[in-house]
Design a protein around this ligand. Structure first.
Ligand SMILES: Nc1ncnc2c1ncn2[C@@H]1O[C@H](COP(=O)(O)OP(=O)(O)OP(=O)(O)O)[C@@H](O)[C@H]1O
Ligand SMILES: [Mg+2]
Length: 467
């Protein structure tokens, strides 16, 4: 070969190697990248029927990860054991092999069946190795003629390509392992902090579930804080049903629902004759909840006059029914909830500070839906499924409608979202729910949010829950 031809060939080799290295750093797609490499060798350097064989650490066999000039059936057939055929021998001996004419080589197994006419074709095979470890073999067919370089040139180019492939395969293996590990971690996390009917995979919400998981098994008093509709009652009952008191009763009392004197009887009970009309003894909720959990909802509304009695339950686990001088034991766990900023109320003297600290042993702040927008699509599909079953419909929320649901501010949080979806399912006429089917305030959320005259309604309960 004269000089000009040599320079041209060297240039093509360089270009091919450059292109190979570019392809191998473009992504972590093993088969795609290796197939591109074989195509580059074929188009730039006329190597026909190139194959990359990789070692399967499980079966200890070689499989074709990528090939050029082979059908998928031929690729599937191309399996070798270490030591078997030329490719297997290269793997075992860790040294390159050159077969000048495969028609005359008995060790050439032609396992892929891709060469009916074997004579006149040469075959090159090179180990793919990195730091003493052999990861596989790269091979190519070649018909030598005047304008091609010699075998040494080919072996040199192929060994550079083999070392680039080796580095890529190692990186790919690490990448895949990391992906698998993080997948396992993700599913473990999901398993560990998932409770029936509680939806939320956002970090904010997972942190809540993690705390729920930690304290469920204890008798610790829990204070649930959060805006209206964020799931305080749902978490309270979950804490109960995940605890060892699960078989005992879960008794909820809304402290805002009754006036002071009735609330006292409701909570602590009354002896016969304790007040006009008390014709028989009445058991209070603390007594009825024996062995279980009392959930004090809207605890900020507990009248100041009753607060010392609750404090005593928390400190000494005892109380006295109205009209009785006998203390009773309270074997209950207490969970309280409020959408008010209880700490601020305690500071201002509207709630007893000592009681606040007794309740605040384990505070759990439930994030507003605004602060966990990521969970909106999950909640939407959860409720669509649930109401779909309930109303025997199968509506699908269109993309634009879902976007509108996700960008709305949800002042009423999950409760508002659930109600909205129930209405949508009931009203749905066809299969699809489009943006125009949504309530006016959600479609025009952007407009409303920027108008301070309409927005403040959503704000008061948000104060103090920016944790
Ligand atoms: N993470 C959640 N996953 C699924 N449903 C939820 C979730 N959080 C709340 N909900 C649902 O939203 C509704 C309102 O929840 P809940 O009654 O527990 O809120 P709340 O914080 O007690 O509200 P309020 O302060 O107004 O009493 C319920 O139907 C509940 O099942
Ligand atoms: Mg509630």
């Amino acid at each position: 070969m004269h000089d000009k031809g040599l320079i041209l060939r060297k240039n093509r080799e360089l270009e091919a190697i450059l292109e190979v290295s570019r392809v191998l750093t473009s992504s972590f797609d093993l088969e795609d990248n290796l197939t591109s490499v074989m195509n580059i060798l074929a188009t730039r350097l006329e190597m026909q029927r190139g194959c990359v064989f990789l070692l399967d650490p499980g079966t200890k066999g070689l499989w074709i990860a990528a090939a050029h000039g082979l059908s998928s059936e031929e690729i599937r057939r191309g399996k070798y054991k270490i030591g078997e055929g030329i490719v297997g021998r290269v793997m075992e001996s860790r040294t390159p092999m050159f077969v000048p004419d495969i028609g005359e080589e008995p060790r050439f197994l032609n396992r892929t069946g891709s060469r009916p006419e074997k004579s006149g074709v040469s075959f090159l095979s090179i180990p793919i190795g990195l730091k003493g470890e052999v990861l596989g073999v790269i091979s190519a067919d070649r018909i030598y003629s005047e304008e091609h370089g010699g075998v040494d040139d080919d072996l040199r180019v192929l060994s550079i390509v083999a070392s680039l492939i080796a580095q890529f395969v190692k990186l790919w293996e690490n990448y895949r392992r990391a992906e698998e590990e993080s997948e396992v971690l993700r599913s473990q996390l999901k398993d560990r902090y998932s409770f029936p009917n509680i939806i939320g995979e956002s970090e904010r919400f997972q942190a809540v579930l993690k705390t729920v998981h930690k304290v469920a098994g204890t008798d610790a008093t829990v204070l649930l804080l959060g805006e209206s509709g964020t799931g305080k009652e749902l978490i309270a009952s979950t804490l109960h049903f995940q605890s060892r008191r699960a078989k005992g009763p879960f008794v909820a009392v809304n402290c805002a629902a009754l006036p002071e004197n009735l609330l006292e009887v409701e909570l602590f009970g009354a002896e016969k004759g304790a007040f006009t009309g008390a014709t028989s003894r009445r058991a209070g909720r603390f007594e009825l909840a024996e062995g279980g959990t009392v959930f004090l909802d809207e605890v900020a509304e507990l009248p100041l006059a009753l607060q010392p009695k609750l404090l005593r339950v928390l400190q000494e686990r005892t109380f006295e029914p109205l009209g009785s001088s006998m203390s009773k034991k309270a074997d209950v766990r207490i969970i309280a909830a409020t959408n008010r900023n209880l700490e601020a109320e305690a500071r201002m003297g509207m709630f007893r500070e000592d009681l606040y600290w007794r309740l605040n042993v384990v505070p759990i702040v439930l994030p507003s839906l605004r602060d966990r927008k990521k969970d909106i699509p999950l909640l939407v599909s959860h409720y669509i499924k649930r109401f779909g079953v309930m109303y025997r419909k199968n509506p699908v929320i269109e993309g634009e409608a879902l976007e509108a649901l996700c960008s709305y501010n949800w002042p009423g949080n999950v409760r508002e979202l659930a109600n909205t979806l129930e209405r949508l399912v009931i009203m749905a006429e066809g299969e699809a729910v489009s943006k125009s089917d949504l309530p006016y305030n959600i479609i025009h959320a952007g407009v409303i949010a920027t108008s301070p005259a309409i927005a403040p309604d959503a704000a008061p309960s948000a104060v103090g829950f920016s944790l």
